[in-house]
Design a protein around this ligand. Structure first.
Ligand code: SF4
Length: 150
């Protein structure tokens, strides 16, 4: 539904030119994703490659899988009453045939984007190099799964 296209690129540019419109749009994104995914508005959304489990809900905010503290039955070491978000992400990815996403290396989160709209960043192409395929020499992988040109 939100896949990048000409209209969304135009919308993103228009929203970034108007502070109030950008703020309202970002608030709508925040409210909807907060409720659905526990979104923390990092501005660089990884949901498409994590089975729609938000990695920023991990207490350590790890972007490339679980830490060494996850228990054998999948509980978080910081909050043992909660399942590790990466265990949840992996289970969902396997169930939907997307486990290959877990062999990608995600770049570190850029905290300068905190609070900004990840939808607009995506439509503006700023997410194009969010992940690298370590088996591909290493080349960057775009959100749609294609390998970015060098
Ligand atoms: S990865 Fe970032 S933008 Fe996506 S749901 Fe999590 S905090 Fe929000």
């Amino acid at each position: 539904m939100l896949v990048e296209n000409r209209f969304y690129r135009w919308l993103a540019r228009a929203l970034e030119r108007r502070d109030n419109a950008y703020r309202v749009f970002t608030l709508v994104e925040k409210k909807s994703k907060e409720r659905l995914f526990g979104c923390q508005m990092c501005g660089q959304c990884e949901l498409p490659t994590t089975g729609y489990a938000c990695p920023m809900t991990c207490p350590k905010q790890l972007r490339n899988g679980p830490c060494g503290g996850v228990s054998a039955d999948g509980r978080c070491e910081v909050h043992p009453d909660v399942r590790c978000v990466w265990v949840l992400a992996y289970e969902r990815a396997v169930a939907t045939g997307h486990s290959a996403d877990f062999s990608l290396l995600q770049r570190p989160v850029d905290h300068r984007e905190q609070g900004r709209s990840s939808w607009i960043n995506y439509w503006q192409g700023r997410d194009d190099e969010m992940a690298a395929d370590p088996s591909a020499n290493p080349r960057m992988v775009k959100r749609d799964g294609t390998v970015a040109a060098r």
